[in-house]
Write a new protein. Sequence first.
Length: 97
Amino acid sequence: MSECSVIVSGNIKNQEKVDLYKSVAGPVMKKYNASLPPSTYKVSNVVAGAAMPSFMLKIDFPNQEEAMAAFHDSDYLSAIENRDNGFGDLSIFLIEQ
C-alpha cells in the first residue's frame, strides 16, 4: 500500500457552513490517520482551465484505503450538505505517491 494524499481546491462562499463542515470533517479525517492540519496554499493565479479556486489543501493519509474510508464514513456523509453549501467550485482529488 502506498501513501495517498487528498488535494482539495475551491472557494469559500459561506464561512458559517464551512466551519460546521470542518467541525465534522476534521475529526473524521483524524480517525482515518490523516496528517493534520492540512498543508494550505493560496492560489494566486490560474494559468489554464476554467476553475478559479482561491485555495488548495493537501491532506496526507497512510494509504488510499484509509482516505476512501474517511470519505465514506457516516459522520462525513452527514456533513456533505454543509460542505456543498459552504464551498464553491470545489474539487477533491486522491493522488497516490
